[in-house]
Design a protein around this ligand. Structure first.
Ligand SMILES: [Zn+2]
Ligand SMILES: [Zn+2]
Length: 292
């Protein structure tokens, strides 16, 4: 019986409608053959990341500027108050400064010292691609949870590395990169190193990097749309904008950037009454660290 089921599954996956050749190989062939020189360039990851980040922010910026005059959109705003345009402007300026001071030198370094890479002929299988994206997000999420918690728990780290990001207690999409250079570098290392650790295909690697940017921006938009990741994910596995918005309101909770399981396990979820239940001396220390 079991063998019959396995045989059926194998036959089904060999069906041309869902075969790997049908899904990813044509896309990969197009990129490799038509845009190969651009893809091989050491500047490719930087160019697509920066472009994607700025383009992705544009619709949310328009929504924020229109605010209450677009009630059909505004009703999804988590904190029902208009975005302060001054805050938005300082976040855009900070993003641009970070690109010039940190991303551009990294791009020039790659351009000068990293040789163009070769592109394999074979596309990744669908399973490899999907599991690769999921693996990337799980690892980044785990790394950032501990990095984030550490930077809220130690006064020095909070003050000099992470505090800037918390100047926005009502975030907008541009808040995503309203961060110090140290934080940008840490996040950049996690996001770019994980696909190498997982030895992923070029296509999976770069879609994972873009996906990371998308979910990070979505978490900061301040909107809880019915089609957003948190709304469509089952069992509240994905935190997204609602939980990260709460982190900006209550900085001692919801350290996980994407998922929710670590905050639930370690009692750092905003739903957990961890502030009341933890060691009062430690709690006081954290409050002092995050309020200076
Ligand atoms: Zn944030
Ligand atoms: Zn934080």
């Amino acid at each position: 019986m079991a063998l019959a089921v396995l045989s059926m599954i194998r036959n089904y996956t060999e069906n041309e409608w869902i075969s790997d050749d049908f899904l990813l190989q044509p896309i990969w062939d197009y990129l490799r053959l038509e845009m190969g020189n651009f893809c091989r360039s050491p500047l490719f990851p930087v160019v697509i990341s920066v472009t994607f980040y700025f383009v992705l922010n544009l619709p949310f910026m328009i929504m924020d500027i229109m605010g209450e005059s677009w009630p059909r959109i505004y009703k999804y705003k988590i904190q029902q108050k208009p975005v302060k345009l001054g805050k938005m402007k300082e976040a855009i300026v900070c993003s641009l400064q970070n690109q010039v001071l940190f991303v551009l030198p990294a791009a020039i370094y790659q351009w000068l010292f990293r040789p163009p890479i070769s592109l394999s002929v074979q596309a990744p299988s669908v399973a490899e691609f999907v599991l690769g994206l999921l693996g990337n997000m799980l690892i980044f999420d785990f790394q950032y949870y501990w990095w984030h918690r550490l930077h809220h728990n130690y006064r020095f780290l909070y003050k000099y590395v992470h505090k800037l990001h918390h100047e926005h207690n009502s975030p907008c999409s541009w808040t995503t990169q309203y961060v110090t250079g140290c934080e940008l570098v840490a996040v950049g290392i996690f996001a770019n190193l994980n696909p190498l650790i997982l030895n992923q295909h070029f296509l999976t690697t770069h879609v994972a990097i873009l996906m990371n940017i998308y979910v990070s921006v979505e978490a900061h938009t301040g909107y809880d749309f019915p089609w957003s990741m948190a709304s469509v994910s089952p069992f509240n596995l994905w935190g997204g904008a609602p939980t990260h918005d709460m982190h900006h309101q209550k900085p001692l909770t919801n350290f996980q950037p994407f998922f929710t399981y670590l905050d639930n396990i370690f009692g750092t979820s905003s739903d957990a009454a961890h502030c009341e239940s933890r060691d009062p001396l430690k709690k006081q220390k954290i409050i002092l660290a995050t309020s200076n």
